[in-house]
Design a protein around this ligand. Structure first.
Ligand SMILES: C[S@@+](CC[C@H](N)C(=O)[O-])C[C@H]1O[C@@H](n2cnc3c(N)ncnc32)[C@H](O)[C@@H]1O
Length: 267
């Protein structure tokens, strides 16, 4: 069902309004139980992961490419100007889909199947969360546990940066920050806290066999003192002795995740 829409303020496009406004999107998406997938490939992966499509917003140029996936779905057909007017930016990938969220597994259910996992504490940048899911998919990590306040993997930018890996790597969100790590340990995981503190055990010497949970902290403050204290072992990726002189005291959290996941893969 293809419906041409000529007015960016049309109420039927409400699922797509101001996609770069993080606060607005957080409330719209949680109220309506939706998220927005951007681009043909990502839309296909979201559908493949079982997310029902609420509607598609696209321009004439991209309609044919999506014809086989959107049969039976409402497709709002707009000009580039209307697309930008609704979303607040030029959508280069030409197609957006409003998709239904599905229920996440509990942490306990998630851990029953996983061998190597990441645990993310309070990351705020959606791009970083998406990139870490992509690392996990590329480097053999089986699942991701999020702290209660960690940024949403289904936020548009996270989905986009992950290239759809958020649909391939199962994840769960803790409900209890304080006691959450105890549940991970009780499931048989060794908790390794990744920290830039160069007095910690270097990654190459860390115990990476068996069930391992690599913990990563937020972009600003890193892991909280409570989580560092709860960990079985702090682990660092050794940095150049010149790094401090250059004003660099840590790696970006995505770079740290990539190096650490690669370390796991090699064991
Ligand atoms: C940008 S850093 C946070 C920096 C913060 N000032 C700190 O001291 O943790 C974000 C996260 O990346 C990881 N990280 C960054 N550099 C690292 C390193 N050299 N070794 C291990 N993990 C690192 C840690 O998990 C850290 O919490």
């Amino acid at each position: 069902m293809v419906i041409p829409v000529e007015d960016a303020a049309d109420a039927r496009l409400a699922d797509y309004v101001r996609l770069r406004d993080v606060d607005l999107r957080r409330s719209v998406e949680s109220e309506r139980g939706l998220f927005v997938a951007e681009g043909e490939k990502v839309i296909r992966r979201a559908i493949g992961a079982g997310h029902p499509v609420r509607s598609v917003l696209t321009t004439a140029k991209w309609l044919d490419a999506l014809a086989d996936v959107v049969g039976g779905t409402t497709v709002y057909l707009v000009s580039d100007e209307v697309m930008e007017g609704v979303t607040g930016f030029p959508v280069h990938r030409g197609a957006l889909a409003a998709m239904e969220r599905t229920e996440l597994p509990s942490v306990g259910a998630l851990l029953s199947d996983a061998e190597r996992i990441l645990v993310l504490e309070d990351l705020v940048d959606h791009g970083n969360v998406g990139a870490i899911f992509r690392c996990a998919a590329a480097l053999g990590v089986g699942a991701i546990v999020l702290s209660p306040r960690c940024a949403d993997p289904l936020y548009r930018r996270a989905v986009k940066v992950s290239m759809g890996a958020v649909f391939a790597i199962p994840y769960a969100r803790m409900t209890d920050w304080h006691g959450g790590l105890a549940e991970v340990r009780a499931a048989g995981f060794r908790l390794l806290a990744l920290t830039p503190d160069q007095s910690a055990v270097p990654l190459d010497e860390a115990p990476l066999s068996g069930r391992v949970a690599l913990m990563l902290g937020s972009e600003g403050d890193g892991l909280s003192s409570h989580w560092l204290h709860e960990a079985d072992q702090p682990v660092c990726i050794p940095m150049s002795p010149r790094a401090m002189d250059l004003g660099v005291d840590s790696l970006n959290v995505v770079a740290a995740a990539a190096v650490a996941c690669h370390g796991l893969l090699r064991r």
